[in-house]
Design a protein around this ligand. Structure first.
Ligand code: FAD
Ligand code: PYC
Length: 416
């Protein structure tokens, strides 16, 4: 792995970025691999890394139809937290949060993980009751969560409008101090570099167009760069989970929707936490560049178009100004969308499928960025051992026939 000193950084800067070493190789696809991963987002790359790191499986190809992290990994608003309601969710999201806490060191790549806290606001009695139920459930699972009064909220986040005269007054909030943000691209790049260094082939501009089966068993994939033989295919294709599953002959209980976000022009630091309000229906944090990053709910219609719309700007602006009057003076700079795959219970599908050798990791909906390390870690175990890890066992596809659903619509809060 390349080592960088301050001198090499200065020399490279003077070279106008010429002669920089490649951070990962760009190999031609081989004829066969032990494992083929479809999708070079954070989850796919993390899966490849942990396959190599934890299980010694290095004959792995990550096939990405576009560029690394160009999907939802690069389109999300980077909120990381583990304040979920049910035990199964707490276990996998908090495993992920613990991995986030050591990720920059683990990958030797600064993923800019910042534990600035995540506030969830309550605006009425119903919100308050729901909040206290959640705080208790979360703490029973050993995950940090605390209640803040309006005065404590004002001290923690002074620019919030905590006036009792507000149209939607803030009556309290839950705070997860260990939550926060990370730099989305860096997560993809860090995992890519570390996986590549362990021998994983990362192949961009290579779309999987078909999955070859012999009876009930997977034997390979068809791609825009030829056929690749393999006994194990792992789909990690957020936004297109159902499309890829259909190639293996499976129909999934997933709906795909656009989810939009936008950023303001950069301003001086004013917000050093993440604020979410399910009722006023907006969430916001400030990036290191100074932009306010905002989002709200999914578009109601199903679509594979990554297109944004005027109605969302209007909705988000009305909501954000209710909470933060100072935003009324700000100009908005960029708006975009990603396509999110949502299961009926708003929890993901991570595990084996009825097709031998075909594994699915998808349906993370609006909240999978935070799960990237934990999801990759558990999924790699599942692929390596051909059986689920206890962390992802509850998230099996069979739950939609057994009825053991894990309803986390409430934890998505703003986004659904
Ligand atoms: P992706 O990064 O989308 O990777 C999947 C890859 O598969 C893509 O690069 C795609 O090109 C590739 N692919 C698809 N089909 C094929 C094929 N046939 N062949 C080859 N490659 C293929 N989550 C949070 O936790 N916190 C947030 O604050 C948050 N905010 C969000 C805001 C927005 C606007 C959006 C859209 C999502 C947000 N999410 C958030 C959700 C989060 O982004 C996703 O759950 C997560 O990034 C999914 O990661 P991934 O690696 O699975 O997906
Ligand atoms: O999961 O925290 C989240 C989230 C916020 C916005 C979109 N997803």
């Amino acid at each position: 792995m390349a080592k960088y000193s301050i001198f090499s950084l200065l020399r490279n800067a003077r070279d106008d970025h010429q002669n920089w070493p490649r951070v990962w190789r760009s190999p031609e696809p081989k004829d066969a691999y032990d494992v083929v991963i479809i999708g070079g987002g954070g989850h796919g790359l993390a899966t490849a890394y942990y396959l190599a790191r934890e299980h010694g499986i290095t004959s792995v190809a990550v096939l990405e139809k576009g560029w690394l992290g160009g999907g939802n990994t690069a389109r999300n608003t980077t909120i990381v937290r583990s304040n979920y309601l049910w035990d199964e969710s707490a276990a996998i999201y908090d495993k992920s949060l613990k991995l986030w806490e050591g990720l920059s060191q683990e990958l030797n790549f600064n993923v800019m993980f910042s534990q600035r806290g995540v506030l969830n606001l309550a605006h009425n009695q119903h919100d308050l009751r729901d909040l206290s139920r959640r705080i208790n459930a979360i703490r029973l699972n050993g995950v940090d969560s605390e209640f803040l009064t309006p005065a404590e909220i004002k001290a923690f986040c002074p620019i919030l409008n905590t006036s009792p005269k507000a149209r939607y007054p803030i009556l309290g909030a839950s705070l997860q101090r260990r939550g926060g943000n990370a730099r989305h691209d860096a997560v993809a790049w860090g995992y890519a570099r570390a996986a590549d260094a362990r021998g994983v082939d990362i192949i961009q501009n290579c779309e999987v167009t078909g999955i070859r089966r012999k009876g009930r068993k997977v034997v390979g994939v068809e791609t825009t760069r030829g056929v690749i033989k393999t006994g194990k295919v792992a789909s990690v294709a957020a936004g297109h989970t159902s499309v890829v599953a259909a190639m293996a002959g499976l129909r999934l209980p997933i709906e795909s929707h656009p989810l939009q976000a936008l950023v303001s022009e950069p301003i001086k630091p004013v917000l050093d936490t993440v604020v979410m309000s399910g009722l006023v229906h907006v969430y916001v944090s400030q990036s290191d560049r100074g932009e306010l990053i905002m989002g709200a709910g999914i578009d109601a219609h199903n679509s594979y178009a990554q297109r944004s719309g005027l109605h969302t700007i209007e909705h988000m602006m009305a909501s954000i100004i209710e909470l933060f009057p100072l935003v009324s003076r700000l100009r908005m700079m960029r708006q975009w969308a990603g396509v999110v795959d949502i299961c009926p219970d708003a929890s993901p599908i991570v595990g084996k499928t009825p097709v031998e050798g075909f594994y699915i990791n998808g349906g993370w909906g609006t909240g999978g960025f935070k799960a990237t390390p934990g999801s990759g870690w558990a999924f790699a175990y599942t692929i390596a051992n051909d059986r689920p890890h206890p962390l992802n066992e509850p998230f099996a596809l069979e739950r939609f026939s057994s009825g053991r659903l894990i309803d986390e619509h409430g934890a998505a809060g703003v986004a659904h």
